[in-house]
Design a binder for this molecule. Structure first.
Ligand SMILES: [Zn+2]
Ligand SMILES: [Zn+2]
Ligand SMILES: [Zn+2]
Length: 150
């Protein structure tokens, strides 16, 4: 957590941006909610608790900035709302996969890549260097499956 903040600060500095108190507050919310995949509006609601003077436009701009410096990754669930998560390693870091429950909307992370063989095959067959992928599985989560049994 400390480390993530440090890495992001360095990234901001390297691209000529300053870490303002508002940007810091937004980054802290992202770090505290690491696995929550928050939308800009949800981030805004959480940041406002400690930073009531902040505006939604500042949140939008900061998310754009963090995206530009490869500090976050975006998750688009095709429901008209983009969710964000902190991902500081940069564009060379492989993204984890997401399981999305069609019943309750829960998002579960798959930490393992599991695609090494497929990637190697694609790279060979198509002469293409894979840098990342964005994989979403849609289905029904364990809780919803259990609830359906009752
Ligand atoms: Zn569910
Ligand atoms: Zn995620
Ligand atoms: Zn991969």
């Amino acid at each position: 957590m400390e480390n993530t903040m440090k890495l992001l600060k360095e990234k901001l500095k390297a691209t000529g941006f300053k870490i303002t108190p508002q940007r810091r507050a937004i980054i802290e919310v992202l770090i505290e909610n690491e696995n929550s995949h928050l939308s800009s509006e949800e981030i805004y609601d959480k940041v406002r608790v400690n930073c009531p003077e902040i505006g939604l436009a500042t949140v939008y701009r900061t998310m754009q900035l963090l995206d530009d410096i490869n500090g976050i990754s975006k998750l688009n669930l095709d429901d008209g709302c983009i969710r964000y998560e902190i991902n500081v390693e940069g564009e060379d870091t492989h993204h984890h996969h997401h399981l999305i429950c069609k019943e309750c909307g829960k998002i579960i992370e798959v930490k393992e890549d599991l695609l090494d063989d497929i990637e190697r095959t694609i790279e060979k067959s198509y002469n293409f260097k894979i840098k990342n992928h964005d994989l979403k599985f849609y289905g029904i989560c364990g809780d919803c499956l259990d609830a359906g049994k009752k």
